[in-house]
Write a protein that binds this ligand. Structure first.
Ligand code: 3PG
Length: 404
């Protein structure tokens, strides 16, 4: 591995009280408030098993304040318990006296899950490692642990206290997911061939816009094929969609998209046709025929064919975010076809994000992909060559705490 970080193999874990920071941020059905995809919970099992002789306190965030996916971790605890076949003590607290006293009572082999880290205000802000180590969260909990295991690759681009603060005051190492991701991605990045084709969809538009420019500048994006909500934003910037889409921060996003297309006129591709949802039925139409209120649920056939052709002549393909509502059979055509094009190409292929990871499994394509990661935004930034804050904090921790 290129970066110098410690792993679980560098520590004697028996009897240690370990804080395990994972990313179990799952999609939540806005109506039922239930977890609709548990891929990220399945992933953390490997690291928890590797810590079987320790006392493990698992922590994660879920959703963003104000969004419908901002819920507690009770369901996560139940799913974890089922997957592990072992009791998980769920504590409905993060930094209060209940959490602290329950941690102190733990015995070797016990596993505990605390509540949503973002229920603590501090966990919603970015800090320098030093300031993060002075937060109430790190001051209160830090002293209860012997080791901090950072295994939260999908949030490695955030510098929240749990990701960069604990590792500043106690020994820290990577868990199994982070170890694997970093090793595999570094291998891929050293051999990645042009043309680099990026297929970008999903809903976190603002985050993606920030990363796109860096990807282009650093030679990691020769062609960017846009789908999903971000595709719609670019179509608005091209005045091919003539009405507001109703998304948060839309006008700023449209202005940024417009500027990017002006600066890099040959890089971006947007859909020429889409499928809309009308009373549950699929209607395909040219983008110019769209009207206010039309619900875009998928790509149309011409766009899929065009994008698939570009993918088939790529040297490296990175695909992140679904092309539409693939969970609904009638609107899965775009996501499925693009994943098939990626799987069947001769390129080095990276598939990113929880949705696409589940889709790959559903369509039986996972075996044909070079690297699959449940990370979204963090992975996009990793590909730009940036050292992500969580990885940086692991590197600093490795300098500070050299195990014997
Ligand atoms: C993700 O899903 O990308 C990570 O869990 C990070 O979530 P965030 O974008 O809300 O910080």
């Amino acid at each position: 591995m290129d970066v110098k970080i410690l792993t679980l193999d560098d520590f004697d874990l028996k009897g240690k009280t370990v804080l395990l920071r994972v990313d179990m941020n799952c999609p939540i059905d806005p109506v039922t408030e239930e977890i609709s995809g548990s891929k990220r919970i399945e992933e953390v099992i490997e690291t928890i098993k590797a810590l079987s002789e320790a006392r493990v306190v698992v922590v994660s965030h879920q959703g963003r304040v104000g969004n419908t996916d901002y819920v507690g971790m009770e369901q996560h605890a139940k799913i974890l318990e089922k997957l592990l076949g072992k009791k998980i003590t769920y504590v409905q607290d993060v930094i209060g006296s209940l959490a602290q006293s329950e941690i102190k009572k733990m015995k070797d082999g016990d596993i505990m899950l605390l509540d949503n880290l973002r229920f603590c205000a501090e966990e919603n802000y970015e800090f320098t490692p030093e300031n993060a180590s002075n937060t109430i969260m790190v001051k209160r909990l830090g002293k209860l642990f012997d080791l901090c295991v950072l295994d939260s690759f999908p949030s490695a681009h955030r510098s929240h206290p749990s990701l960069v603060g604990f590792s500043h005051v106690i020994p820290a190492c990577a868990g199994k997911i982070v170890e694997r991701e970093v090793r595999k991605l570094d291998e891929i990045l050293t051999v990645a061939k042009a043309p680099h084709v990026i297929v970008l969809g999903g809903s976190k538009v603002t985050d993606r816009l920030e990363a796109i420019k860096m990807l282009i500048k650093r030679g990691r994006a020769d062609q960017i094929l846009l789908t999903g909500l971000i595709g719609n934003v670019f179509m608005r910037a091209q005045a091919r969609i003539k009405y507001p889409l109703g998304i948060k921060g839309e006008e700023e996003a449209v202005a940024k998209a417009h500027a990017l297309m002006g600066e890099y006129p040959d890089v971006f591709f947007t859909p020429v046709d889409v499928a809309i949802n009308k009373d549950g039925e699929r209607y395909e139409l040219d983008v110019r025929e769209l009207n206010k209120g039309d619900q875009i649920y998928d790509l149309g056939p011409k766009t899929i064919e065009h994008y698939s052709r570009i993918i088939s002549s790529a040297g490296t393909v990175f695909i992140s975010g679904p092309a539409g509502f693939f969970e609904k059979e009638k609107f899965s055509y775009g996501t499925r076809s693009l994943l098939e094009a990626v799987a069947n190409s001769m390129a080095t292929t990276i598939v990113s994000g929880g949705h696409l990871t589940s889709a790959l499994k559903k369509y039986g394509l996972a075996e044909k992909i070079t690297h699959i990661s449940t990370a979204g935004g963090a992975l996009v930034l990793y590909l730009t060559g940036e050292t992500l804050p969580m990885i940086q904090s692991l590197e600093s921790a490795a300098q500070r705490y050299k195990p014997k």
